[in-house]
Design a protein around this ligand. Structure first.
Ligand code: FAD
Length: 506
């Protein structure tokens, strides 16, 4: 709803007509628009329903943020997520300003037949889970704040914040929590599903550094969850994604980190792919925890020559970096090499995408406990380029501290993974793009890879994963996840995620 326009006109009217102050304040908190039409919508389980205009107006009045309907200023921007292939139109978008707004939106969705509900933080979902057609989107993007207590080495981060916001605030004190590699990714989606990144081998996944969370659950309560309080909810939120509610606050433990690490990219010609994969298979599993190295093999569009690259971050003493990097440098003469002492926050921004919505993206992914010669050969010998797409295989480095956590200690079960392998296609998004052909290519390529993988990272999930595969992916943690789901979301209000199906009748 056009709240700003409303405020402007209310204030202008007040100035001319000299409305007594108590009336002006009353006007500010009244329903913002009286003429809201009834709107057709859909519930989470696919039933059609009509939302009454009066109820919608009341919800708008309950929010400190904005409620947007189709046609309102800001609606077209707010409904978008990063991947332009998902072009959905929610019936309502609640742009929430705080936890009270989240509670109001969740109450509304639950009390209106279990309205289809999507939750958007950074909007990076590969499965389009943060938007929906004809349901409600809770858009957390106005709800961004980071508070740091340097003495206690803690950071409190609100549910709509982006990774770069946290790095920026904590590194001002030489403190850090481990996050992902692209700074415009949302804390909300990344941290509830795991959180792999440049410091993961040293400090673990993002979830391993959580002290507590606050969650708005399906019944509209705001719950504090930690190892001592609501411990099953705390366990489930660390790897179970958005299944149990909307996390409005994350409390992280922080680690000291020097301002500069040694990082950057080194690129080699495609001819070294076999040697690079063989080296990575051995050394990748053994590297010091301070070294993080992602390997990628990329075939660019337009027939450009392919490249093999390592994106690295060495966070130990600078003097030890070259020794740690020696096996990578020994691969031969690089095409380019920008690895140097670099500000950590700048390195965290170095993979940011200027215009992400210009590119359609599809990926397949799976965890590897080891990088076998068979997988290396499929990558080195079987990847096919295309004039109109980027074709890439990448390995996000795992192991180290990530693998030293008991698989049952958090809902994230894949602790034995040494690599998160991704097969990615990207094409210029537009009506003429042959998206299906690019997606089909990757599906075909992945058929040969999949038997070598064991499970997948839910944050890299695409829509064509079956419910059976999702359930199996939670491994031995699935049963406990169902119990937590039954307790906190028995009607499956929060279903747009790697969904844990409740088994109780609500
Ligand atoms: P959104 O699309 O906003 O949300 C994704 C899911 O999270 C939805 O199901 C949503 O309901 C849920 N959710 C969002 N906020 C909350 C909240 N506050 N409470 C509860 N549920 C919530 N992952 C890594 O681990 N490491 C990486 O280095 C990495 N790099 C990436 C780079 C790019 C360019 C992209 C597109 C993705 C990357 N990912 C990485 C995957 C990323 O973690 C997921 O896409 C994640 O879902 C992004 O979070 P988001 O908040 O931006 O997503």
């Amino acid at each position: 709803m056009k709240r700003r326009a409303f405020l402007r006109s209310a204030l202008a009217a007040a100035a001319t007509a000299a409305i007594p102050q108590q009336h002006l304040l009353a006007a500010l908190y009244q329903p913002l628009r009286q003429d809201v039409p009834d709107i057709p919508a859909v519930t989470g389980d696919g039933r059609e329903l009509t939302l009454r205009g009066r109820d919608i107006a009341e919800l708008g009045a309950r929010l400190r943020g904005h409620l947007l309907l189709a046609g309102d200023d800001g609606y077209e921007d707010a409904r978008q997520i990063l991947n332009p292939s998902f072009d959905k139109r929610p019936a309502l978008i609640a742009r929430v300003a705080g936890a009270a707004d989240v509670r109001a939106a969740v109450d509304f969705a639950r009390d209106h037949g279990g309205l289809l509900l999507a939750v958007k933080c950074g909007g990076h979902s590969f499965s389009g889970a943060s938007t929906c057609d004809r349901g409600m989107m809770i858009d957390l993007s106005p709800f961004r704040n980071v508070r740091v207590d340097p003495a206690a080495r803690r950071a409190w981060v609100t549910g709509g914040s982006l990774l770069g916001h946290v790095d920026h605030e904590t590194m001002a004190y030489g403190l850090v929590a481990p996050f992902g590699t692209v700074s415009h990714t949302g804390v909300g989606g990344l941290v509830t599903q795991g959180g792999f990144g440049r410091l993961g081998r040293r400090f673990g996944l993002s979830i391993d550094n959580l002290e507590s969370v606050q969650v708005v659950t399906a019944d509209g309560r705001l719950l504090h969850a930690s190892a001592e309080e609501n411990e099953n909810l705390f366990w489930g939120v660390r790897g179970g994604g958005g299944n149990f509610g909307v996390v409005t606050n994350f409390e992280f433990r922080l680690h000291p980190l020097q301002q500069k690490v040694v990082g950057g990219r080194i690129m080699f010609p495609l001819e070294v792919a076999r040697d690079a994969l063989a080296m990575y298979a051995d050394y990748g599993a053994e590297m010091p925890d301070e070294l993080y190295a992602d390997l990628s093999v990329t075939l660019p569009p337009g027939g450009q020559p392919g490249v093999v690259g390592f994106s690295v971050c060495y966070s130990g003493p600078a003097g030890d970096a070259e020794k740690a990097l020696a096996p990578i440098r020994a691969l031969g003469k690089p095409l380019s090499d920008d690895i140097k002492a670099v500000d950590y926050v700048a390195l965290q921004r170095s993979g940011d995408i200027d215009d992400p919505r210009a590119t359609g993206i599809y990926l397949k992914s799976g965890f590897l406990a080891s990088l076998s010669p068979a997988v290396a050969e499929i990558v080195a010998g079987g990847l096919e380029g295309h004039p109109e797409r980027v074709t890439r295989v990448a390995f996000q480095h795992s192991g180290g501290a990530i693998g030293r956590v008991d698989p049952l200690a958090t809902a994230f079960a894949q602790r034995d993974a040494k690599y998160n392998m991704l097969g990615i296609t990207g094409w210029r998004y537009g009506p003429d793009a042959n998206a299906k052909a690019h997606m089909d290519y990757m599906r075909g390529f992945w058929k040969d890879i999949e038997p070598h993988t064991h499970g997948f990272y839910t944050a890299d999930m695409v829509p064509d994963v079956s419910q059976q595969e999702i359930q199996a992916n939670y491994r031995a943690n699935h049963e406990r996840l169902v119990a937590v789901k039954n307790r906190y979301d028995p009607t499956n209000l929060f279903r747009l995620n790697a969904n844990v199906k409740p088994t109780v009748k609500a």
